[in-house]
Design a protein. Structure first.
Length: 278
């Protein structure tokens, strides 16, 4: 069974926003599919949804990529021949991202196993509750202004492990990484921006799985109208992701994300009750 147009509109908006807002996009997609009576998300649609969020993340983080690439290019030039000073913070930012990506990749390698049991609604409810705790606890910790220049490799590895753990349905990549960043004393907006870049690479890894699934299973009964519907859904997902990125960047400096923790607890309770009733 395929999503109809009205369901596709809601699915695209919710999926795109929830992939950025720290409430687990994967959990929301699984819940919507169950609510709509659809057994499985088509592989091509999954690929397009992941691509739409990745595109939003790249566009919103383009300035950071430009600064890091310029710093890396300048670092290759002998010190005496440089016409401007080296941007050491951008160099350290890239080093931190590489450190975080190693355990993230390890988590991605477990994705194929997790996909098999991610339809368990009780598991989703439990992980959403845990995600709520992860988001709520940092509000009790003192804020700080650390960045990549003062962070250790161990702290970078811990953030990467958090990203890897988000293959579990109900655990948000953004949520767990920004919370670990807060525990490490990282300035909120800086921690969010680093998290969004790692999230981009995480989605690229998921897209590899999507492509392999398409190669293995084929495209089934794909029609031109269905392809248009998929592209339209992905376009809505892109717009929702861009909005969510702006929202989080506005909230991060002053408010943090503990409110989303309360939302996750409510959704966990709803999911638990839904699974008992349906």
């Amino acid at each position: 069974m395929e999503l109809n147009w009205l369901q596709s509109i809601l699915f695209g908006l919710v999926s795109g926003a929830a992939d950025i807002i720290p409430v687990s996009g994967q959990a929301h997609r699984l819940l919507l599919l169950k609510f709509f009576g659809v057994n499985q998300l088509p592989n091509l649609l999954a690929l397009l949804l992941h691509l739409s969020v990745a595109a939003a993340l790249y566009l919103s983080s383009q300035g950071q990529f430009v600064r890091m690439n310029r710093a890396r290019a300048l670092a290759r030039i002998p010190k005496k021949k440089r016409k401007r000073p080296l941007d050491t913070r951008s160099m350290m930012d890239w080093s931190l991202i590489k450190t975080m990506l190693v355990p993230t990749v390890i988590g991605l390698l477990l994705n194929s196993r997790v996909r098999g049991w991610s339809v368990n609604m009780f598991l989703i409810a439990g992980m959403l509750f845990v995600n709520g705790l992860i988001l709520y606890i940092p509000q009790f910790l003192p804020t700080s202004n650390r960045d990549s220049r003062t962070l250790t490799r161990l702290e970078g590895v811990l953030m990467g492990l958090g990203a890897g753990a988000s293959v579990l349905p109900g655990i948000s990549t953004v949520g767990i990484m920004v919370s670990i960043a807060s525990v490490c004393g990282i300035e909120r907006l800086y921690g969010l921006n680093m998290t969004l870049i790692v999230k981009l690479f995480f989605l690229i890894g998921l897209m590899v799985y999507d492509v392999l699934a398409i190669i293995t299973d084929g495209l089934g009964g794909l029609t031109v109208m269905l392809l248009i519907q998929y592209i339209f859904t992905a376009a809505l997902s892109f717009g929702a992701s861009m909005f969510a990125i702006r929202l989080l960047r506005r909230l991060a400096p002053e408010h943090g994300f503990h409110t989303f923790g309360v939302y996750c607890w409510g959704l966990a309770l709803f999911t638990f009750i839904l699974n008992l009733v349906v």
